[in-house]
Design a protein around this ligand. Sequence first.
Ligand code: 13P
Length: 249
Amino acid sequence: MTAPRPLIAGNWKMNGLAAALSEARAIAAAVDASPPAARVALCPPATLVARMADALAGTGVAVGGQDCRAEASGAFTGDIAAAMLADAGATMVILGHSERRAGYGETDLLIAAKVEAALTAGLEPIVCVGETLEEREGGRTLAVVTGQVRGSLPAALAGKAFSVAYEPVWAIGTGLTPTLEQIEQVHLAIRSTLMQQFGEHGAGVPILYGGSVKPSNAVEILGLKEVGGALVGGASLKAADFMGIVAGA
Ligand code: 13P
């Protein structure tokens, strides 16, 4: 089985007004001028999804959402359905980010329901998992992460395109990263869990690393055996930084 192309996705989080679309255009221009080994995606705030999808239509850069509601429609003020993201031009969606697990009490069960909603809408989910510093220091990293993988990935993903992003909570936005050995150890544990859940299909699911990825550490992280891409926060906001990471894949 040939390995799938790596995926480098930028998570803009709650950053970006219309003026920031110029960075997205610059990223798309660079990708199209010199097509990279990796697939490239940008996940802007919901307010920019449609405009970014329009701006990047026909380029080599996909657009994704950062979250969706599990229900298809209804009285859920402020929330966004998966079909709305797809309708706005998104083809992917980040689900279960630790900022939503921690800030909104999202459980594995809820995230699995959101994944099913994303699949129904034809979106490719990027499902995030990762341990807190307390869990790592307590020696529970592998149990926590593999538990999140089992709980957040519904059986409906069998045969579907999706990826898992390992993002240690303590490495997000901190400039800290795990050692290469620590990243490799967790990615191997995720791989064997995916294969238990999905059989041979689980062998080809990209496992992204996220947490303080920047141009200076991208090559060594992306070169690790089971690392199939990166989910990039802060360094995805500027085209030059993001392209420095894309070039490392
Ligand atoms: P940083 O790259 O800013 O550490 O954020 C990582 C992240 O949370 C991506 O989803």
